[in-house]
Design a protein around this ligand. Sequence first.
Ligand code: NI
Length: 182
Amino acid sequence: MAVRKIELLGSQVLRTPARRVEDFGEDLQDLVRDMFDTMYHAEGVGLAGPQIGVSLRVLVLDVSQVDDSGRDSEYGRRPFALVNPEVVEASPTTDRVPEGCLSIPGVSEVVTRPVAVTVEANDPRGEPIRVEATGFLARALQHEIDHLDGILFIDHLSPLKRRMLLKKWRKLQREAETGAGG
Ligand code: NI
């Protein structure tokens, strides 16, 4: 069990497409445990490998405490990990919901995404699984799978929205560095 350091915006690993997992051995089980520890410690609902500096296609999610978390799926009601996940279907219908990210703390912005997705993956033991997700669960899955491709939620924003958000982010970072701010 270990809480790992979370990589922040500006870190190259967040922009690097992650490698597929080939080995479902003990190292992967340890990684998944550390990812859950790190996610809960940071009070997040999802975390992807690159966010702790591990460029592998692994994500963990626990949206069970979030309202409208897609509870029609069992995956909306319990923590789970996905290895090598792929979105195989996405609804043409989209919705607009605010998102944040543990790698860009302190800022959030509305992101447009498909309302429902189907994801195929392996579990950490290598068993194939299929997640049919709607609502917040679908959104969280898309956000975390984006991380595996080096994509951040700010990439989905208009240039203006993105500029404003990055300005706020840099201000927050400066305040954190100087110890100013509340
Ligand atoms: Ni994120």
